[in-house]
Write a new protein. Structure first.
Length: 106
């Protein structure tokens, strides 16, 4: 079940034979922006793996080029980083802790 306004790329792309597991393209629920007679779209692609993100962006640009759609290019956005600290022992030894990092690339 996808969230409202989110296209699951991995479901769509599997039919073509590509594996982009965990890559999502998010659309804003706004009116379509127009400049003159040209349609303008901004795609925000997020992934936990930066290589999968780069591959997905290049794939989208390749599809747009094959269809004759003008593109502006890839603009990297700041990545989101979250740190977790957990106790190693379930009972005692508060001084022994482990740090884990969760990083989402945009």
């Amino acid at each position: 079940a996808a969230e409202e306004g989110v296209i699951e790329v991995d479901d769509t792309v599997k039919a073509i034979g590509l594996d982009l597991a965990g890559v999502r393209v998010k659309r804003k629920n706004r009116e379509s922006p127009r400049k003159g007679k040209d349609w303008v779209a901004q795609l925000h692609v997020r992934a936990f793996d930066p290589n999968a993100l780069q591959y997905a962006c290049e794939f989208i640009l390749h599809l747009a080029d094959a269809r004759g759609v003008r593109t502006g290019g890839i603009i990297p956005l700041p990545s989101h980083r979250r740190l977790f600290t957990l106790l190693r022992s379930p009972h005692v030894h508060k001084q022994s802790q482990e740090n884990f990092e969760w990083k989402a690339h945009k």
